[in-house]
Design a binder for this molecule. Structure first.
Ligand SMILES: Nc1nc2c(ncn2[C@@H]2O[C@H](COP(=O)(O)OP(=O)(O)O)[C@@H](O)[C@H]2O)c(=O)[nH]1
Ligand SMILES: [Mg+2]
Length: 223
């Protein structure tokens, strides 16, 4: 099954020869080459549990209905998010990490075998809900997107700088709840840009649809 991507024996040898992190980097590079060969753009969504990652994928895939989109869903336990997307007819592969706090390149590699034949143009990877660990593990993605909801507090960019440093975009979700919480989207965007000046920021709500268009335009611009 892995003949198309070049993993297998070689991967095992790499693992014995190198440490854990560099093994992941190596596998991530193999994923990257595989994704490039297939012409699929890969978006790694990172954020706390409940930030709105699955909801964002649902709304995004619905809006990009002219594109072939697939999803890898990472969860520490259960396949609930994958089942949720599957019910909407979205092609999805589930990775249950068994309590591990992040996805790694190998997990993504194995999961993508189930989606490869669909020839997706965009692959969304919902990482395990966590702002810390996923920032240390490349998956071979084109870009990482941090998903931060307005209910999580303004201090998160400064508390979790590594995730923001790694990301190309920041989606500030649940802006429909702004009247009820102390959260200044401009201020948080500014704090995040101090860490990563190139960060593109998309405040939006999947409940009302506000702010979705610039996010969708950004995704289309990747193709
Ligand atoms: N008000 C509001 N609620 C949202 C929005 N996006 C997600 N939610 C809710 O936030 C909760 C967690 O969403 P989910 O997508 O499962 O988060 P995940 O754990 O990051 O995948 C659910 O109850 C969603 O309905 C939004 O834009 N506005
Ligand atoms: Mg989810």
């Amino acid at each position: 099954m892995c003949e198309s991507c070049g993993c297998g024996e070689r991967t095992l040898r790499i693992e014995v020869a190198e440490g854990l992190l560099s093994t992941n980097e190596r596998l991530a590079r193999e994923n990257r080459a595989w994704f490039e060969r297939l012409g699929v753009r890969v978006v790694n969504l990172v954020g706390s549990p409940g930030a709105g990652k699955t909801s964002l994928i649902e709304a995004t895939v619905k809006a990009l209905n002219d594109l072939r989109v697939a999803v890898i869903e990472g969860d520490p336990e259960t396949r609930r998010d994958a089942e949720r997307l599957s019910r909407l007819g979205i092609p999805v592969a589930a990775v249950t990490t068994g309590g591990v706090c992040h996805l790694d390149a190998r997990m993504v590699h194995r999961a993508f075998h189930a989606l490869e034949d669909l020839r997706p143009e965009i692959l969304f990877i919902e990482n395990v809900g966590n702002l810390l660990c996923p920032a240390d593990f490349s998956l071979g993605e084109d870009l990482t997107v941090v998903v931060l909801s307005v209910t999580e507090g303004e201090d998160k960019p400064e508390k979790y700088p590594q995730a923001f440093r790694r990301a190309r975009a920041l989606v500030l979700t649940k802006v429909d709840l702004l009247p009820y919480v102390d959260f200044d989207t401009e201020k948080v965007a500014e704090l995040a840009r101090r860490i990563n000046p190139a960060l593109k920021v998309f405040p939006l709500s999947v409940k009302t649809g506000e702010g979705l268009s610039p996010w969708l335009d950004f995704l289309r611009s990747l193709l």
